[in-house]
Design a protein around this ligand. Structure first.
Ligand code: MSP
Length: 466
């Protein structure tokens, strides 16, 4: 079977409910998938839940539930949310699937057999929120900056993966130079590697909720090793990944440890490494990190219930350049909904169709300028520059409103019906072009625009004013 274009998202901790942040990465993945499918590429997209480790076990305990029952419920919430957001994932990853557990054991046993793993003692800090071994120098006021909590001090026997091996850092560096995006994140990874890599612990002694270490049953495998390997165990013949989307918070795991594991497993075969990893920025809400304790997490389904799915997908991609941080809020979503969608786009469609009904339109109008614009839009899609491409499409939409205001077809028609029909034909053509470009982002709305502007379905408002 031919390898498909393989896209991954992070697998989300089964502790939380899906929120605007997790919806962001997942929606982008779906947009990229739809874009490539439109170019007749076969795409394979996976997303899912990260279900092992101390953090998940504690969340289950807090609810007085058995771990498996708890993660079953949580995975169900994610699946439901992604279905509602119209995400076309091909496989839903769950790290408690027995196939995954077997694959992880096989992978790690191979690393062990190849001499990449050695026993030792980890003495240091551990942040359960990050599920990460962290260093004193990463703390701010004694706390993990991401979780605002002091880490645990642990001292335990463990197995280390030899990340400090010189051959590994050289190979990861050379891969990083072409695979990590945006370049600012690539530079961050390069300077981290240049500062010297240390061996990393890949097992836990006192965490029972995990995959058993195959060569020593007293240990479970560290949850990040288990989680990263989902991309490999669920690849379904499509290895290596063509695009891995992540948030900037998990850059080091994905851009240092992950390629190192693959290099060790495949004896430094560079062709087995992921082709591209893109780390996007973070949404804040009300200027602050979204967190349970601040109560400022935004539930995407609250928005879609009222406004529909496509407007939310549009907002997520339009609001900040992909790669940058930005603030989001329901009020800001509503402002974009009203200004861009209801006013600029929605009104344009309605007024154009009303005039076409009255005055007619010229068929087969061509607009050469659209060919050049199409190329620009394609490049933006390929480079994941969503806000830039949206800006160009909406500039075209706004320009059509200006043309109508200036030409006043309802007056022009009295003296020059031919020119009126040409103008309306041209605007219809451009609207169809915009719908076609927006289709990966707003699949349902775009289809409706196509149907209405080709008179296959009656005129009806697409974005009721709220
Ligand atoms: N389980 C790990 C990932 C393992 S992947 C092998 C994890 N899970 S998470 O639930 O914390 O999700 C992290 C990812 O969610 C981020 O990398 C990012 O893709 C997305 N986001 C979570 N909060 C976000 C924002 N506030 N803004 C943007 N994206 C965010 O880490």
């Amino acid at each position: 079977m031919e390898k498909k274009f393989f896209i991954t998202t992070p697998i989300y901790y089964a502790t939380d409910a899906p929120h605007l942040g997790s919806a962001y990465t997942t929606t982008v993945a779906d947009v990229v998938k739809r874009y490539w499918e439109k170019q007749n590429k076969n795409v394979f997209l996976i997303t899912g839940t990260d279900e092992h480790g101390a953090k998940v076990a504690k969340a289950a305990q807090d609810k007085n539930e058995d771990e498996k029952k708890f993660v079953d419920e949580q995975a169900g919430k994610f699946k439901k949310a992604w279905n509602e957001l119209n995400i076309g994932f091909d496989r839903f990853v769950r790290t408690t699937d027995s196939e995954h557990e077997d694959g992880v054991q096989e992978f790690c046993q191979t690393l062990y057999d190849k001499g990449w793993i050695e026993k030792g003692i980890y003495e240091g800090l551990y942040c359960e929120g990050c599920e990460a071994f962290i260093r004193e120098k990463d703390l701010i006021d004694g706390k993990c900056p991401d979780h605002q909590a002091p880490p645990q001090k642990i001292s335990e026997e463990t197995y280390f993966f030899k990340l400090s091996d010189k051959k590994i850092s050289e190979a990861v560096l050379s891969w990083a130079n072409s695979a990590i995006f945006p370049v600012s994140r690539r530079n961050e990874v390069i300077s981290f590697i240049n500062s010297g890599l240390e061996n990393i612990a890949i097992s836990r002694k006192n965490v029972k909720w995990g995959i058993t270490c195959p060569w020593d049953k007293d240990f479970t495998l560290y949850v990040w090793i288990d989680a990263l390997l989902n991309y490999w165990t669920f690849a379904d013949g499509n290895w290596p990944p063509d695009l891995q989307l992540i948030g900037k918070d998990i850059l080091r795991f994905h851009c240092v440890i992950w390629p190192a594991m693959i290099l060790a497993y495949y004896d430094f075969d560079k062709n087995k490494l992921p082709k591209k990893i893109f780390a996007h920025g973070f949404f804040t809400s009300g200027g602050q990190k979204m967190s349970k304790s601040l109560g400022n997490k935004i539930d995407p389904l609250e928005i879609t219930k009222e406004y529909g799915v496509d407007p939310l997908r549009y907002y997520l991609l339009a609001v900040v350049p992909f790669g940058s941080d930005g603030d989001v809020s329901i009020d800001d979503f509503i402002a974009h909904y009203n200004a861009d969608l209801a006013n600029d786009l929605g009104n344009l469609i309605q007024r154009t169709l009303t005039m076409v009904e009255k005055f007619g339109y010229s068929q087969d109008i061509q607009d050469e300028a659209l060919n050049a614009l199409q190329k620009e839009i394609d490049n933006h899609f390929k480079n994941l520059e969503f806000s830039q491409l949206i800006e160009k499409i909406f500039a075209l939409i706004r320009q059509q409103n200006v043309i109508i205001d200036k030409e006043k077809p309802w007056e022009l028609f009295k003296n020059n019906p031919e020119k009126t029909k040409e103008i309306l034909g041209l605007i219809l053509r451009r609207l169809q072009f915009c719908a076609d470009c927006l289709c990966p982002i707003m699949p349902e709305i775009s289809q409706k625009i196509v149907n209405q502007t080709t008179f296959q379905s009656p005129k009806e408002p697409l974005f009721p004013k709220k």
